[in-house]
Unconditional design. Structure first.
Length: 265
């Protein structure tokens, strides 16, 4: 491609209508919607690389993609122009020029997810696809106590999906924080990388502790067991948001997006 350059985009999307990030035959995906919009605006075929593939129903306030283009546009032009071709459930929030060797996935050193739970005896139609729902009261302090066992480098076999294709189950969690905002409970977790369904499986275990079904120390027991069948079921995708991707070697890039409910952890 003549006079090509590499760009990074920050993407926000509601995942409810999509069958996940990755392109799939005959199924709507965020990637296919974005690549179609970029190709139309750039006037040439565009393929993107993403920081991390999200599952069906999962949202993002800070997905990062990179791609190569020969099109010359102003930064604001990329944002307005691509957004004009995107469905209303997806938006480009920022654009930056990056070195040619930048890779949205392999250049990333950390990811941050938030999971939001509607904690009320009655389900909320307004929050139906934006949060998970737990009708029993959640004791956030108990959840915080149990969560500390997961911080650090561990084998997270007990919290990975059976079909996870990662070569190693070892991951390093650098933050696991919880807050309550009225009827909402937020969980924020940062790690160098995540296994398939890892966040949703951790949230499911924390809910067992928060409702009193299990003691806080049970989290450490599940972790040590290295067996998926001893843990809680995988929780709903509806309340999960990718909110940050860390690129310490590329400080020109925004490192985190907004918290979907204005959470201050």
């Amino acid at each position: 491609m003549t006079d090509s350059r590499t760009l990074a985009l920050g993407i926000e999307y509601c995942g409810t209508a999509f069958n996940g990030w990755q392109v799939q035959p005959d199924r709507p995906s965020v990637q296919s919607a974005l690549e179609e919009a970029l190709s139309r605006f750039a006037d040439h075929p565009v393929k993107v690389l993403c920081a991390g593939r999200t599952d069906a129903g999962v949202h993002a306030t800070h997905q990062v993609v990179s791609f190569t283009t020969s099109a010359s546009r102003a930064p604001d032009g990329w944002i307005r122009g691509v957004n004009a071709f995107l469905p209303r459930t997806v938006a480009v929030r920022w654009v930056r020029a990056v070195p040619d060797d930048f890779h949205a996935r392999f250049s990333a050193r950390s990811r941050t997810y938030e999971y939001w739970i509607w904690n009320d005896p009655v389900r909320s139609p307004i929050h139906e696809n934006a949060t998970g729902w737990v009708f029993r009261p959640l004791a956030v302090e108990r959840m915080r106590e149990g969560a500390q066992a997961l911080v650090g480098e561990h084998d997270f076999t007990s919290f990975r999906a059976a079909e996870c294709q990662a070569k190693s189950p070892v991951r390093t969690v650098t933050e696991l924080s919880l807050i309550r905002q009225g009827d909402l409970v937020g969980v924020r977790i940062s790690a160098n990388a995540f296994l398939q369904h890892m966040v949703r499986n951790i949230v499911g275990a924390l809910i067992y502790v928060g409702t009193g079904r299990e003691a806080p120390g049970w989290i450490a027991e599940v972790l040590a067991a290295r067996r998926r069948d001893v843990a809680a079921p995988t929780f709903s995708p509806s309340g999960l948001y990718l909110t940050g991707v860390g690129y310490p070697e590329n400080p020109e890039l925004p490192q985190r997006g907004r918290s979907p409910f204005g959470g201050v952890f």
